[in-house]
Design a protein around this ligand. Structure first.
Ligand code: PLP
Length: 417
């Protein structure tokens, strides 16, 4: 298969050597094939060592300490914020709030921005392919304030129906909440165009970037996102630190989400005033070490180059689509063209439950995910309750796809016998 590339291919062998876990094998001496990076990525040695280094050399609570160690931890934490801002091309590091993960980021927006700006009868637009993280927080808000929720439908090809979107915009929604890349159909949504139209209709745009920020170059300004959420643990960093980007004027006009230490200016018994952004949204002790090491993960990804990460995954996805497409009875969710999708392939094997497919693959030491992938509305749209999902990252190679295919063929042999 020949695919046009604009960047030199990745040296996957060298990258794989950076990930100790990928050198492991099971009791049958089968090397681990990790195809579940959409759930959480593996970690390179630079990240693992940076965690150790942080706790050995720089660990202290931040911002309030007057001793050198606390100042060092604070400086490193704020440096990480600069790295994040640069990574997504935010105008200022103040626009980047450290949270635990994408879920917390979206809950922050729905609570702090939503409760002030969304009122009785207002419309919230989501999509039928949203992860529950970009759906349930809006449901909770809608219930509290009496707002309505409508979803942009998904076509049989797994893309958003933009004509239906235009009709929803005619109802002047307050917010359009959309995933950048679907964790299940794999679809890369035209977020810049969706945001442009949303802005013209007066809506605020919230983008769930959980499956995009780790895999392609994100420019929040070019996208026109008002808010952009992502998780460090899906992009080589430890679990514990994620990011909410918000445009500064919006953040500055928002009340806090959580209250406590670190987010106040002045506290009296009956009332308080708030610290400036971003501290206003970072109540309590943050995951300092995890945020600092998210910066290390970003530097690792930048050394590879996000355009090369994207091209590598696109090529693997094209190979995966071709190989899986040869298997009788296997159907794939989402667009058939690798250019239109991220490195995620969800599929159904006729007559075999996805959990059985995944269990047989586990017997081949191939790690995939099976279930509804926190996308129950999308599953329902395709008449399914679950799929098997393989997802790729910088350390995957065509041989991983071949091992996946062998495992699926084995499942078919077992179930069709
Ligand atoms: N949004 C999407 C598209 C996801 O794929 C995920 C996780 O799989 C999330 C949100 C939630 O991420 P987290 O569990 O890190 O909050």
């Amino acid at each position: 298969m020949t695919i046009e590339r604009s960047t030199p291919p990745l040296d996957v062998g060298a990258i794989r050597a950076d990930f100790p876990i990928l050198a492991s094998s099971d009791a049958r001496d089968q090397r681990l094939v990790y195809l579940d990076s959409a759930a959480s990525s593996q970690k390179p040695r630079a990240v693992i060592e940076a965690i150790d280094d942080y706790y050995r050399e720089s660990n202290a609570n931040i911002h309030r300490g007057v001793y050198a160690l606390s100042e060092r931890a604070t400086a490193r934490y704020e440096e990480a914020r600069h790295l994040v801002a640069d990574f997504i091309n935010a105008e200022s590091p103040r626009e980047c709030i450290f949270v635990r993960n994408t879920t917390e980021a979206i809950n922050l927006v729905a609570n702090a921005w939503g409760r002030r700006n969304v009122h009785q009868g207002d419309l919230i637009v989501v999509t039928e392919m949203e992860h529950h993280s970009n759906l349930v927080p809006w449901q909770l808000l809608a219930e509290q304030v009496g707002a309505r929720i409508e979803a942009i439908p998904v076509t049989p090809d797994g893309v958003l129906d933009l004509d239906a979107y235009a009709r929803l915009l005619a109802q002047e929604p307050k917010v359009v909440a959309v995933g950048h890349v679907s964790n299940s159909a794999g679809t890369i949504n035209p977020v810049a165009e969706i945001a442009r139209q949303a802005k013209a209709a007066g809506a605020v745009v919230v983008v769930d970037g959980a499956q995009a920020a780790p895999h392609l170059a994100v420019d929040v300004q070019a996208l026109g996102a008002d808010f952009y959420a992502f998780s460090g643990h899906k992009m080589l960093a430890p679990m514990g630190a994620g990011v909410l980007y918000g445009r500064l004027p919006l953040l500055e006009a928002m009340p806090p989400f959580l209250g406590g230490g670190g987010m106040i200016r002045k506290v009296e018994i009956g009332r308080s005033t708030w610290a400036d952004v971003p501290a206003r949204f970072e109540a309590g002790t943050p995951a300092v070490g995890d945020a600092i090491v998210l910066g290390v993960a970003i530097e690792y990804l930048k050394r590879i180059g996000m355009d090369r990460v994207r091209e590598h995954e696109r090529d693997l996805t094209a190979y995966g689509l071709a190989r899986l497409g040869e298997i009788a009875g296997l159907s794939i969710l989402g667009p058939r063209n690798a250019d239109a999708r991220g490195g995620v392939i969800s599929f159904d094997v006729a007559g075999i439950h996805p959990h059985d497919v995944a269990a047989i693959l586990d017997g081949h030491n191939v790690a995939v995910r099976a279930g509804h992938h926190c996308c129950q509305p999308l599953m329902r749209r395709f008449g399914l309750t679950a799929t098997t999902r393989a997802s790729f990252y910088v350390y995957n190679e065509p041989d991983d796809v071949d091992r996946l295919v062998e495992g699926i063929l084995d499942a078919k042999r077992i179930f069709e016998a």
